[in-house]
Design a protein around this ligand. Structure first.
Ligand code: AMP
Length: 522
């Protein structure tokens, strides 16, 4: 099994079908995409790269991303996606750890990276700037050299070596196999959405993460792939792109969904305009608060699907379907809205105590996942692999509870749980409450060490623009909504929350800030 076979499957049927778009301009048909991959694979082979060797991609979102991914798989190589927002030193660490032989780069990664930065990567046999004038040669036919056939691979062979975001310690290389990717692709159709050949996926979130591998289900369906001209997430651009190409599907983290909804509201787009531009917005990767998804549906209509997964079981864990999100009359609607939905088709989910015993329904334990989407292990890290995969189950580090219908509600990462006076407090519950307080834009709740209580609850609150937040009002709001012991003992009003390159709030950074005494205590 080589995931690259998906490409000629469509290209042979319909070589002229438009495949890859840069903005609204078609830059490759399916036939061209397949040919370029075959030629690139030939270049890899002539340069002596062997099946299983690693090729890094340190590029911002770009149409060529798709050609490099499938060209590498075509040659039997494994892709190492590197988030374009990483510092070159962090990227270098990944390149070294993965022992990558080649890297594909774009020079201007993000605004805060100076030109040439990506080109400073060391220890590689070749660094290809995918935008340079000579780059076309890598994808072009070479005189006398036939296009390379797809190199056979085992289902268990490495395809995608994804590095965790490393909020604690060094990132770990997650070994995702061809079978993992095939499973993820096929699962999309049963648990997330249908895809028609005229549909378009827009790559607005980093292609180095889940958004990039969502190319696979869209390739399975022979759909269109559009990389916005900006290479990123600009709500107005996406609205226009959807108008030009037809309704878009995209994956986005909750903070990005919020920005899209803010834009739809401020630009006064009607639901009809929203459905002209967007078919489906898949959200996940971080908690989506109930108030936010309700507002999103109110403003943009029923086009949202939630997924829960992690790099170790990419995009496949649970899903909360469009139908469940629309079933407002269900007696447990509010619980379901706060959940991450049901196990996706190819996996089983359990919630267990430390010994691996199932918790009773409704009680919180660690979430375990088993199925064909789960990684083969961590790259060159048997200790971490043995800790994460036990008796065939992936221990996710996420805390959650299952209900009688099979819906999973996530609480917090086990390390984010606050234990105050011997009682467990789930930060997310406090965050949900504070988000409803007037004038609040964003919230993150963490525990701070305390001599008396073990830990106390601390809330970092970002006000809405122009809002004048008072700690007394926030505290009164909490007293009205949750048990006294759960309410924050300290509030910090901040202008923004520290986030990692995928937009996840860095609670480790917030906890570190609390080591120094803060001003706003009540
Ligand atoms: P990553 O490996 O970077 O994709 O991060 C995966 C982690 O993000 C999971 O282990 C969860 O803690 C969190 N996560 C993913 N999806 C969701 C979701 N739908 N709701 C809440 N947290 C999520």
């Amino acid at each position: 099994m080589n995931i690259a076979h998906l490409l000629p499957r469509i290209a042979h049927q319909d070589p002229n079908r438009p495949a890859i778009f840069h903005g609204s301009t078609c830059v490759a048909s399916y036939g061209e995409w397949a040919q370029r991959c075959a030629h690139l694979a030939g270049q890899f082979q002539r340069a002596g790269l062997q099946p299983g060797d690693r090729v890094a991609i340190f590029c911002r979102n770009h149409p060529r991303y798709l050609e490099v991914m499938f060209g590498a798989w075509w040659a039997g190589l494994a892709v190492v996606p590197i988030n374009a927002k990483l510092h070159v030193r962090e990227a270098q660490w990944i390149v070294d750890n993965a022992q990558a032989r080649w890297a594909f780069i774009t020079q201007d990664l993000t605004a805060d990276v100076t030109p040439d930065t990506a080109a400073q990567l060391q220890g590689l046999e070749r660094v290809v700037d995918i935008e340079s004038g000579q780059a076309d040669d890598w994808w072009a036919p070479v005189d006398g050299a036939p296009p390379s056939p797809i190199v056979p691979r085992q289902a268990t062979d490495l395809a995608w070596l994804f590095y965790t975001s490393g909020t604690t310690g060094r990132p770990k290389g997650v070994m995702i196999t061809h079978r993992n990717l095939m499973t993820m692709g096929l699962t999309y159709f049963n648990d997330v959405d249908s895809i028609a050949p005229h549909d378009t996926i827009a790559y607005a979130a980093p292609m180095s993460h889940g958004a990039g591998i969502y190319a696979i289900p869209h390739l399975m369906a022979g759909a269109r792939h559009a990389v916005p001209a900006s290479g990123g997430f600009e709500p107005a651009e996406l609205f226009a792109l959807g108008q030009a190409l037809g309704p878009l599907s995209l994956f986005a983290a909750p903070t990005i969904v919020k920005r899209l909804v803010d834009h739809a509201e401020s630009a006064q787009h009607t639901k009809a305009q929203c459905s002209a531009s967007f078919k489906t917005v898949v959200y996940g990767g971080a908690p989506m608060y109930a108030a936010d998804i309700q507002r999103a549906i109110r403003v943009m209509g029923p086009r949202f699907v939630q997924i829960y997964g992690q790099g170790e079981s990419p995009m496949v864990g649970t899903a909360l379907s469009r139908q469940h999100l629309a079933d407002t009359q269900h007696p447990r609607y509010s619980e379901r809205l706060a959940s991450v939905g049901l196990a996706q088709t190819p996996v089983r989910i359990r919630v267990c105590d430390h010994q691996g015993q199932d918790m009773p329904l409704g009680e919180v334990g660690e979430v375990l996942i088993q199925g064909d989407s789960v990684m083969a292990g961590y790259w060159h890290n048997p200790e971490a692999t043995a800790a994460a995969i036990r008796d065939g189950w992936l221990w996710t580090g996420d805390m959650g509870a299952l209900d009688a219908d099979g819906f999973l509600t996530l609480k917090d990462r086990s390390k984010d749980l606050i234990i105050s006076g011997g009682t467990n407090i789930y930060p997310r519950e406090v965050e949900e409450v504070l988000l409803h307080a007037p004038g609040v834009h964003e919230v993150a709740v963490v525990g701070a060490p305390d001599a008396e209580w073990g830990e106390i609850v601390v809330a970092f609150v970002v006000p809405l623009p122009g809002a004048d937040l008072s700690i007394e009002a926030l505290d009164a709001h909490c007293l009205q909504e949750i048990a006294r012991f759960k309410r924050p003992k300290r509030y910090e009003i901040v202008q923004e929350l520290p986030k990692n390159n995928y937009g996840k709030v860095l609670k480790t950074a917030l906890r570190a800030r609390l080591q120094s005494p803060g001003p706003a205590t009540c």
